[in-house]
Design a protein around this ligand. Structure first.
Ligand code: DGL
Length: 267
């Protein structure tokens, strides 16, 4: 089985890494559209065009399943990607992200069932993902808004910094602080969803900016969601080492930290 994993850049590597840990016996094709990152500040039309071009590449590679490891493309372009892929199953990261939020909320509520405490859900994502309402719309429709208010914060500066390799830079930490400080001042705790697959690269910095909050990410959530589809093909006794084919539309633009992980195969 060959699984395609695609993102605008190096964000989807966080998804690939979760998949490799859970399903080590299969082969992967990773496509990072580094020539066009970031998608999150582009128009829906542009996102659709770029995402379908990537889907065509994946189709040519003959993948059996496509994981759209990009929240922005999952929010705006899943239908057009599915059209290109035909019979090949396509999974996005938004639904699993929503499930991860709900699982975290019920765990917290189980710990203190009688509590009247308001538990906000903060969605951190790209501008395009926030404006699509892919998370905000569904979460507001399905959660009790009084107890679980949904807060959304577009963080357009984070992806360019991560693609620049600034995953541990003081400016990155200041920027995260700028994006979350008002929510942190208002609520002692809550669930923060990293609604962009780039953000798990900086999860530690986001957690540090949100003490007391539970931080969940859609990269882990998609691997859990795919268990039911992949398990038959990926029993742990399969000892074959996975092959990963790497495609970057601009290989020069891959940041050093990601290049190292790819070269040293430490995912
Ligand atoms: N990693 C992507 C996401 O999950 C895209 C970020 C971007 O290209 O702006 O939204």
């Amino acid at each position: 089985m060959k699984v395609g994993v695609f993102d605008s850049g190096v964000g989807g590597i966080t998804v690939l890494s979760s998949l490799l840990k859970k399903f080590p016996g299969i082969d992967y094709v990773y496509l990072g559209d580094t020539a066009n990152v970031p998608y999150g500040s582009k128009s829906p039309r542009q996102i659709g065009q770029l995402a379908t071009a990537c889907a065509k590449t994946m189709k040519e590679r003959g993948v059996d399943v496509l994981v759209v490891a990009c929240n922005t493309a999952s929010s705006w372009a899943l239908d057009s990607i599915r059209e290109v892929m035909g019979e090949t199953p396509v999974y996005g990261v938004v639904e699993p992200g929503i499930e991860a939020v709900k699982a975290a909320l019920s765990e917290i509520s189980l710990d203190s069932p009688q509590s009247e405490e308001i538990l906000p859900v903060m969605v951190l994502a790209t501008k395009a993902t926030v404006s699509s309402q892919a998370y905000g719309g569904v979460l507001r429709r399905t959660l009790d808004e009084e107890k679980y208010p949904v807060l959304e914060q577009a963080c357009p500066l984070l992806v360019p910094m991560i693609e620049e390799g600034w995953i541990d830079h003081p400016i990155l930490k200041e920027t995260i602080d700028f994006y979350v400080k008002d929510f942190r001042a208002e609520y002692r705790r809550g669930v923060a969803l990293l609604g962009c697959t780039h953000y798990p690269w900086i999860q530690g910095a986001i957690e540090a900016a949100l003490p007391g909050w539970r931080v969940v990410n859609s990269a882990q959530a998609i691997a859990t969601a795919l268990e039911r589809f992949f398990i038959p093909a990926t029993q742990p006794f399969i000892l074959k080492a996975p092959e990963v084919e790497w495609i970057f539309t601009d290989p020069e633009a891959v940041p050093e930290f990601a290049r190292k992980l790819v070269q040293e195969r430490v995912l």
